[in-house]
Design a protein around this ligand. Structure first.
Ligand SMILES: Nc1ncnc2c1ncn2[C@@H]1O[C@H](COP(=O)(O)OP(=O)(O)O)[C@@H](O)[C@H]1O
Ligand SMILES: Cc1cn([C@H]2C[C@H](O)[C@@H](COP(=O)(O)O)O2)c(=O)[nH]c1=O
Length: 216
């Protein structure tokens, strides 16, 4: 029975790597995948992993009907045995419904990969729809870690290492950005709530709570 599976996790936990591994294992057995992505850091029409692997993909546009795209591809004699959708948090809820229809009406497995929540720990609309519709939600097993060593469960947006909580929901970017750039850092919930990033925790450790009293 074909399935819609949502592989979710924080940024930098290996989602795109797993997508590329699934693609590799299936194509090694002669299967052909339809690969969708949107706003990958490597550029338009690319699905890339920080491990250095990259493959071509169909760049999803606003308002594009993904079910119609797959049907059109098949009706022109193209082949698709399964579907991969990376950066699925950027897809519109209707596009997630279309992927569910690919599973139910075309009998193809659909593997979607994405972060669940944004820098304010609010659900992305596409991820919300995936949680609502997926046959299975799989949390990735290689856990990303907060600077404190706890499992990272939240994504923080940073500017110069300082966590920000205002701004657009979508800003394409990466972890480990240099000072002044907008970047991201994964944190445990405790430190996300306290807005404590690696940089601000280091700064706090360096500034003593009590000022030294100089002898009179
Ligand atoms: N130099 C490296 N050596 C080993 N693993 C690495 C290296 N760089 C990145 N990784 C692994 O790649 C993961 C990120 O993979 P990626 O697929 O790009 O993540 P995601 O799509 O979830 O953001 C990191 O969590 C880490 O485990
Ligand atoms: C938290 C958060 C992230 N993004 C962007 C940043 C990256 O371009 C992607 C996540 O990619 P990854 O492969 O999972 O690292 O999402 C965003 O636009 N808004 C956010 O709040």
């Amino acid at each position: 029975m074909s399935e819609l599976v949502f592989f979710s996790g924080t940024m930098d936990c290996g989602k795109s790597t797993l997508a590329l591994q699934i693609e590799h294992n299936r194509s090694a057995r002669g299967l052909v995948g339809m690969i969708f992505t949107r706003d990958d850091r490597a550029g338009e029409g690319k699905l890339s992993s920080r491990l250095g692997l990259v493959t071509d993909a169909v760049e999803v546009e606003d308002g594009q009907d993904l079910y119609a795209y797959v049907v059109d591809h098949l009706s022109r004699g193209g082949r698709a045995d399964y579907v991969i959708a990376d950066e699925a948090q950027f897809l519109a809820p209707e596009q997630i419904d279309q992927l569910a229809r690919v599973v139910d009406d075309l009998g193809l497995d659909v593997y979607a990969f994405g972060i669940t929540t944004d820098f304010r720990s609010k659900l992305f609309p596409g991820s919300q729809r995936l949680v609502e519709l997926a046959d299975r939600v799989e949390v990735l097993q290689v856990e990303a870690l907060c600077w404190c060593g706890a499992r990272a469960t939240h994504n923080a947006r940073t500017v110069g290492g300082v966590m920000v909580v205002e701004g657009a929901q979508v800003v394409v970017g990466d972890v480990a950005r240099s000072a002044d750039e907008i970047g991201y850092e994964v944190l445990c919930r405790r430190h996300h709530r306290r807005r404590m990033t690696a940089a601000t925790s280091r700064a706090a450790a360096l500034s003593p709570d009590v000022l030294p009293v100089s002898p009179a």
